[in-house]
Design a protein around this ligand. Structure first.
Ligand code: BES
Ligand code: ZN
Length: 585
């Protein structure tokens, strides 16, 4: 038995899936999918085959000749799901599995019409990272194994299906529609993604289209209008864009993440639609994953920093190219603050503050934090500072080239950089970064005059003259800097002068509401309640619920708000909210 990913039953001595063909019938009434998948192997497989599944009902398994195969669905193991063990009696190039998903499939959120903007049609979307693809398809759910696929989705004809794949035509038949897709580039299973709902689209450029519910599609088209320029900037930095299209799907408000880099079709929270393009760094981030993450992929979640640390670096290089070094430095400064907070949050699990982690027995959703993002970013900046921008950029291009369409570990990264830039790892104390806890003392702080100006305010309330040119990042940095609890007079003056409670920019609003809650400034409570009812993005739920739960006078309110909204939150967000309300005293 050779299991090389702590989050998968995949055994690399067994047959390896090269591609799959999925046919899935989506039933909104029962919130289930009845499906058939054909897994094709690199070379004909025989003997045992272990697949990952979670909450799947397996009805039938057969080989390429149509002979039924014996199989066992083992009892579910914590975090992993159930091993589906199939006996390949004779060598076979492929197997066919008929199965049904559960209404609790962890990769899916089924939204009733009232949970959508339009309020008339239901909506369904998938979110497979890190290990939820197995609740949709029985497969080898590890990023070590890339797969191509075709998919055929059948659903009510009044709806529209989109996939992180190439579109291959749609047929309507009676009350149903069947839409075909194909993913020609090999992807790790966590990048399998689709959504079905009442969707409209606008073309932004020949290779970029934005999808959203009809009521928001124009706002989305305005917000993301500059995406083609972003791709141009990214290509100049990291090489040609390899995925043909870069479309964007604006998600329902319950989408638990800011964005998800599903190839060809990035999923984005609607909270980035601020009306002034001020939050498009999330687009830069997901676009950057087209190189760092989707082309060069972490071999398993223990090396997640290779995905997200590199992507933060790439995101800020795009920001620097389009908006200047100051904006990139402000983003890095905010990242540093968030990193410090995350490291504090993991004080009792310091192992989670390493870049190279050990996750045997640990659910990747439960240990999710910004540490791999921001500490990974700082580590790469340390190397860049040591070798110089030019040499680092050259190395980065060679790294992307060497590992494109691969899946790698931290050790692969170390070996590659050691060969290209000998002695560099030792020079920056790489072991301390990779395997040490917390942040090395040698870490470099971002330099920015605008950051200095914010710090000089030392939490004093600025005039509107000072703030009129502030970006959302500057507001967030300022608000994070205000010592808490802040006196009531400070909160009052801040709010009256800057109308913060009325802000519709969530990256400003939520840091303000958090500061106000931590200062016992109760006039914000109705707005806090509204935000917690309107959005399900974990970045906003976490600080607001944490602040509410930490104060005995609002703890019960936190429970009742969660009680009312819990059912509308995404299953992953629900887990996070529950754990906050459980542990905060
Ligand atoms: N790939 C992540 C989202 C993710 C990570 C989903 C792990 C599931 C498991 C995505 O690229 C991301 O990092 N999103 C950030 C965006 C931000 C850093 C700009 C988010 O959601 O906050
Ligand atoms: Zn990311």
């Amino acid at each position: 038995m050779a299991r090389r990913d702590p989050h998968s039953f995949t055994d690399d001595t067994q047959a390896q899936t090269e591609s799959f063909a999925l046919r899935a019938r989506i039933d909104f009434a029962t919130q289930t999918i009845a499906a058939e998948v054909v897994l094709s192997f690199r070379t004909p497989g025989s003997g045992r085959l272990d697949l990952d599944t979670r909450d799947l009902a397996i009805d039938h398994v057969e080989d390429a000749a149509g002979r039924a195969l014996a199989f066992v669905v083992h009892p579910a193991e914590p975090h992993l799901g159930s091993r589906l063990a199939i006996e390949l009696a004779e060598p076979t190039p492929s197997i066919r599995i008929r199965y049904r998903t559960s209404p609790d499939a962890s990769a899916l959120q089924w939204l009733a019409p009232p949970q959508t903007r339009g309020g008339v049609f239901p909506f369904l979307f998938s979110q497979c990272q890190a290990i939820h693809a197995r609740s949709l398809i029985p497969l080898q759910d590890t990023p070590r194994l890339r797969v191509r696929y075709t998919a055929e989705l059948t659903f009510p004809r009044e709806l529209q299906a989109v996939m992180a794949a190439a579109e291959r035509g749609r047929d309507d038949n009676g009350a149903l529609a069947t839409h075909r897709f194909e993913m020609p580039q090999p992807i790790p299973p966590y990048l399998f993604a689709f959504a079905i709902g009442d969707l409209a689209s606008r073309d932004l450029s020949p290779r970029c289209r934005v999808w959203a519910e009809p009521a928001v599609v124009d706002a989305a088209a305005y917000e993301f209008a500059e995406v083609e320029a972003m791709i141009g900037a990214a290509e100049a930095l990291f090489g040609p864009y390899d995925w043909e299209r870069f479309d964007i799907l604006t998600m329902p408000p319950s989408f638990p993440y800011g964005g998800m880099e599903n190839p060809r079709l990035t999923f984005l929270t609607p909270t980035v639609i601020a009306g002034d393009r001020s939050l498009v760094s999330v687009v830069a981030h997901e676009l950057a994953h087209s190189w760092t993450g989707n082309l060069v992929t972490n071999a398993n979640a223990e090396h997640f920093w290779l995905n997200e640390g590199f992507t933060m670096y790439a995101e800020r290089r795009i920001t620097e190219a389009l908006e200047g070094a100051e904006m990139a430095a402000l983003s890095a400064a905010l990242g540093r603050r968030e990193l410090d907070e995350s490291i504090e949050r993991f004080a009792k699990q310091p192992g989670m503050t390493r870049l190279r982690t050990h996750l045997e027995g640990i659910d990747p959703d439960e240990c999710y934090s910004l540490i791999p993002y921001e500490k990974g970013y700082m580590f790469l900046c340390a190397i860049e500072a040591a070798v110089g921008r030019e040499a680092f950029s050259r190395w980065l291009r060679s790294y992307l080239d060497r590992f494109r369409f691969g899946a790698i570990t931290t050790e692969d990264f170390e070996a590659h950089i050691e060969a290209a830039l000998p002695g560099m790892l030792a020079a920056v104390n790489a072991r301390e970064w990779l395997d040490g806890e917390g942040i090395p003392a040698s870490a470099i702080a971002p330099v920015s005059a605008r950051l200095d100006a914010i710090e000089a305010l030392a939490g004093k309330v600025p005039t509107t003259d000072v703030t009129k040119a502030w970006s959302a990042t500057e507001w967030a940095l300022y608000l994070e800097n205000v010592p808490r609890p802040a006196p009531e007079a400070t909160c009052l003056m801040l709010d009256e002068r800057h109308q913060l409670t009325a802000s519709t920019n969530y990256d400003v609003l939520v840091p303000w509401l958090t500061l106000a809650l931590k200062s016992g400034y109760t006039p914000v409570l109705p707005r806090v309640e509204q935000v917690l009812a309107d959005v399900g993005r974990m970045k906003y739920l976490r600080p607001l619920y944490t602040a509410l739960a930490a104060d005995p006078s609002t703890r019960e309110l936190a429970q009742s708000i969660a009680g009312r909204n819990r059912a509308a939150y995404h299953p992953i967000a629900r887990q996070v909210v529950d754990s906050i309300l459980r542990v905060t005293p």
